[in-house]
Design a protein around this ligand. Structure first.
Ligand code: GLU
Length: 338
């Protein structure tokens, strides 16, 4: 039986670093180097390797991920594995998930420990990612699974995954849902399918997207925040070029009372999404009263981000703005997340 054709696209990140003369790790390895480090790949798949870039994921752009999505759409293969840095994997992967609607597995993987360390995780993660992309159950359910992240022998829906630690091997978690599958010995053991109704419902609105990036500001709202940066954004010429704002709000969707008027004014000027700074979980809609409770904040015209982490809410808002959606349509898209 012929082996699945798996295309590996390397963007950069720790997985692709090598030491310079001073011992500092620099981006440098390409896709061929990553594949060469894992001879067992050849037994699983017909692997093609392509180096897309050699950059840290902290420096990737929305435009680069749009170009990557177009490249993936044009491939005639049985599965795709993207390697990149871990820092923005939860954002880039989610954007790929919004943009791609394919019936082949698309898996993003990375490394927490660089190749110069005693136990780098990059080779194992690449082998696991290719194993997932080749797995018959994963291939059969690819459309229902959406884009996946594979780290440390666990498979996550990228729409639910977060990087929760800067250095540990087990840095990736999906606190709201848990993993979709586990890898053990030479097997992929499925455990669940993700709920993707909101993504599926939103996709037709993203059929035509502007090539121009739509800057979205993200503010983490914290104790006693006076809201002066938001006031400056409102007053600044062209709002400093920002086209939308995400507020990482407290608890079930609350803001400090002293800045609630400013948030309401901002929402009248730019699409402004409230998303839980707790990192996920559906926010409240009609429990608390008072001037900056969720009831008041919603009445002031802020868009409800549901259970989306603020980082993912920002990616979704940027995509909505590229699609030219108005405030009402953006609200409908976000409503799908609870
Ligand atoms: N900051 C770099 C990046 O995201 C290295 C982090 C990593 O890959 O783990 O590409």
């Amino acid at each position: 039986m012929s082996k699945p054709r798996i295309h590996i696209l390397a963007l950069g990140g720790t997985i692709a670093t090598r030491p310079d003369a001073t011992g500092a790790m620099q981006m440098g390895l390409g896709a061929d180097d990553l594949v060469a480090a894992v001879p067992r790949l050849a037994a699983l798949a017909e692997v093609a390797a392509e180096t897309v870039s050699r950059v840290g994921s902290h420096s990737l752009s929305f435009d680069q991920i749009h170009a990557l999505a177009a490249k993936i759409r044009a491939l005639e293969v049985d599965g795709v594995v993207v390697t990149q840095g871990t820092d923005t994997l939860e954002e880039t992967g989610f954007l790929l998930d919004l943009l791609l609607d394919l019936d082949i597995p698309v898996v993003v993987t990375a490394a927490m420990r660089n190749p110069a360390l005693t136990s780098p995780d990059g080779p194992g993660n690449l082998l696991a990612a290719v194993r997932v992309a080749c797995d018959p159950w994963m291939r059969r359910h690819a459309r229902a699974l959406g884009v996946m992240a594979v780290m440390l022998d666990e498979v996550y829906a990228v729409a639910d995954v977060q990087k929760a630690h800067p250095t540990r091997l087990d840095a990736f978690v999906a606190p709201q849902t848990g993993p979709l599958a586990a890898l053990v010995e030479d097997r992929v053991v499925p455990m669940s399918l993700p709920v993707r109704d909101a993504i599926v419902a939103a996709r037709p609105r993203f059929a035509s997207l502007s090539a121009a990036t739509q800057p979205v500001a993200l503010f983490w709202i914290s104790l006693d925040e006076p809201g002066r940066v938001l006031e400056a954004l409102i007053e600044a010429p062209d709002h400093l070029g920002y086209r939308g704002v995400v507020l990482g709000a407290m608890g079930g969707g609350h803001l400090p009372e002293r800045m609630s008027g400013t948030a309401g004014r901002l929402a009248g000027i730019l699409p402004t999404v409230v998303s839980p700074r707790a990192g996920g979980g559906p926010m409240l809609r009609h429990t608390y009263g008072g001037p900056s409770s969720e009831i008041a904040v919603r009445e002031a015209g802020l868009i409800w981000g549901g259970r989306l982490h603020p980082l993912k809410a920002r990616v979704l808002l940027e995509t909505c703005l590229r699609a030219g959606l108005d405030r009402a349509a953006i609200g409908e898209v976000f409503d799908g997340w609870g």
